[in-house]
Write a protein that binds this ligand. Structure first.
Ligand code: ATP
Ligand code: MG
Length: 570
């Protein structure tokens, strides 16, 4: 086997099942060898990481096979849709690293869909039903028991046509009548039992205003839009499997009515949804969290939205790597958020600049260091990438270290700051703690230590063994900052599953802890919103868009290591 063959073999093995279908279609010359996909969001909320999985599939497939992918807004429900969502969806797709060939809207096809519905009525394949939603539901039957025909099922086409026009002119109340496709009330597929295809909505539409009062249902818009646009592979999630026969049936009708004898037709394929532990993915619930101010908006860094993840410090690369890792299958699964956290750590480990920040500061005074003296120490920007260089950090007599890094009566294995013990101050000297001062209530005010001038990092004597290395900042030459420590939004793994509880009761009360007294090294003054950093020994952080020159704000993207399992088992 030649080298080329081996790599071809490997390539084959790594195809997901949809790529396998596409390659077969291409090999057989289906649809004239054309590949066209679409990403079809409903503009009724912000995109979340689940949508990212669909985006990577739709756009990724088109990219890989020299096809095109369009963005199509599925805007058939005017009551829930808004241009704010349209704009955010476009921004988030671009941020993820994809671009569409065209932007379409299902509302672009309202006339064509209307005409198709009229043709179906004329052909005796659709009728206006004047029963209530409840009555229609009652007649549906069960999967094992046939449904009952509506008393309006066999009304003359002329009557239905007239009423259909009235529905659209606003002369009929919402809910008073609907248009149903006449298919088969005894079908084993419930979607075939005369599905509703048009309903009255009197709310103005964000694009078509008050032109329409009768709106097509999803099942009467989606496949047809695919057909009008020339979509070849219509990819969606598994819950649409039972809709597929209806999708195909309407395409058949449409081709027949258009005397379309070509071999072109769009085909629907389904893959598993992305579900993530410790969060919810339902847009209805996410909207509730926003509306009830349980989070601070759609881009709250605790939200699983792309806007939230971006603000939290996630990179598009990390999200794409995560989606690549979980893959596409035909089985529903719950994906561990630890995998997503792994992906961002991996990406930021390679890219993020290391800086020093002290979240819960306590003063450390180096009593034998001259007052007023400053030494600029060299700090490595990223040990993983020498090309990122170094920066300077000011060392002075008065410093801050983390409260947690000091213990007065420490156990044997405590290798940080405790009286009588030596520790290294990162990029600086070895110091030995000599004591503390306390206030009246016994709280530690200041810690004292002496430094050894011979142990400056990089000097010959600097290799002396000490077990602990601490981060620090200069008291005078550091900046105050607010640090927002974000954690998982829910305290249970699968909030969607706890049906007997209101999901709002399952929120993690510690999902946001704000530290207002933090100190960060001066280097951070230069940073821009969304810049990523590693705060040494703590985690990955980024600058929040709320940050100003006067009031720096940083978000914790993810701690350095997964500390959650430890917290949980406490
Ligand atoms: P709703 O919750 O309102 O039903 P939705 O989450 O399905 O909406 P849409 O805007 O209809 O949102 O979704 C656009 C596309 O994204 C669809 O093709 C849908 O299958 C896909 N999608 C939505 N959620 C996920 C998910 N969790 N994992 C993978 N794909 C998803
Ligand atoms: Mg949907």
């Amino acid at each position: 086997m030649s080298v080329e063959n081996i790599s071809n073999e490997e390539n084959k093995k790594s195809l997901n099942f949809i790529e396998t279908i596409v390659e077969k279609d291409l090999a057989e010359g289906r649809n004239d060898g054309k590949i066209q996909t679409r990403f079809p969001p409903e503009p009724n909320g912000y995109l979340h990481i689940g949508h990212a999985k669909a985006i990577c599939m739709d756009f990724g497939l088109a990219q890989k096979y020299n096809g095109i992918c369009n963005l199509r807004f599925d805007d058939t429900n005017p009551t829930k849709e808004d241009v704010e969502y349209v704009d955010s969806i476009m921004e988030d797709i671009k941020w993820l690293g994809y671009d569409w060939a065209n932007v379409y809207y299902a509302s672009d096809y309202f006339q064509q869909l209307w005409d198709f519905a009229v043709q179906l009525i004329k052909a005796g394949k659709a009728y206006i039903d004047e029963q209530s939603a409840e009555e229609i539901a009652q007649q549906k039957g069960t999967p094992t028991q046939a449904g009952t025909d509506s008393p309006y099922r066999n009304r003359p086409a002329g009557e239905s046509l007239e009423l259909f026009e009235k529905m659209n002119r606003g002369e009929i109340e919402e809910g008073a009548m609907v248009l149903r496709a006449k298919i088969d009330m005894a079908s084993s597929n419930m979607h075939f039992r005369d599905p509703i295809i048009y309903r009255i909505v009197k709310h103005p539409h964000h694009r078509t205003g008050t032109t329409w009062k009768a709106y097509p249902m999803y099942d009467f818009a989606h496949g047809q839009s695919d057909y009008f646009e020339g979509v070849t592979h219509s990819l969606c999630t598994l819950e649409f499997v039972p809709h597929r026969p209806l999708y195909d049936l309407f395409i058949d009708e449409l081709k027949e009515l258009n005397s379309d004898n070509s071999d072109y037709r769009p085909r629907q394929y389904e893959f598993n949804r992305l579900n993530l532990t410790y969060t919810v993915m339902s847009k209805r619930k996410l909207l509730q969290l926003v509306n009830e101010k349980l989070v601070n908006g759609w881009d709250d860094p605790r939200m699983p939205t792309l806007a939230g993840l971006r603000r939290r410090g996630y990179t598009p690369q990390a999200i794409r790597n995560f989606i690549d890792k979980i893959g596409y299958t035909k089985f529903e699964a719950l994906n561990d958020v630890a995998l997503l956290e792994y992906a961002i750590r991996e990406d930021l480990n390679a890219k993020a600049k290391r800086v020093s920040a002290v979240i819960d500061p306590v003063k450390l005074i180096i009593t034998n260091y001259p007052e007023g003296q400053i030494e600029m120490m060299e700090a490595v920007n990223n040990p993983e990438d020498e090309s990122m260089g170094t920066h300077e950090i000011a060392f002075t007599r008065e410093l801050y270290i983390e409260k947690d890094d000091f213990m007065e009566d420490a156990p044997k294995k405590f290798f940080r700051m405790t009286p009588g013990q030596e520790v290294r101050l990162k990029s600086a000297y070895i110091v030995k703690c000599t004591g503390v001062s306390k206030d009246e209530s016994g709280n530690i005010k200041e810690i004292y230590a002496e430094y050894d001038p011979m142990t400056k990092s990089g000097m010959p004597d600097s290799n002396r063994k000490v077990k602990g290395t601490l981060h620090w900042v200069s008291a005078e030459h550091s900046l105050p900052a607010e640090v927002r420590l974000y954690d998982r939004l829910f305290k249970v793994e699968n909030p969607g599953e706890e049906k007997d509880k209101d999901f709002r009761e399952l929120l993690n009360p510690d999902s946001l802890i704000v530290k207002k007294q933090a100190r960060v090294e001066k280097e951070l003054e230069k940073s821009k919103p969304l810049d990523n950093f590693q705060f040494q020994r703590i985690g990955y952080f980024n600058m929040d868009p709320d940050s100003t020159h006067e009031h720096l704000v940083f978000n914790r993207t993810v701690p350095l290591k997964d500390s959650w399992s430890k917290i949980k088992s406490k």
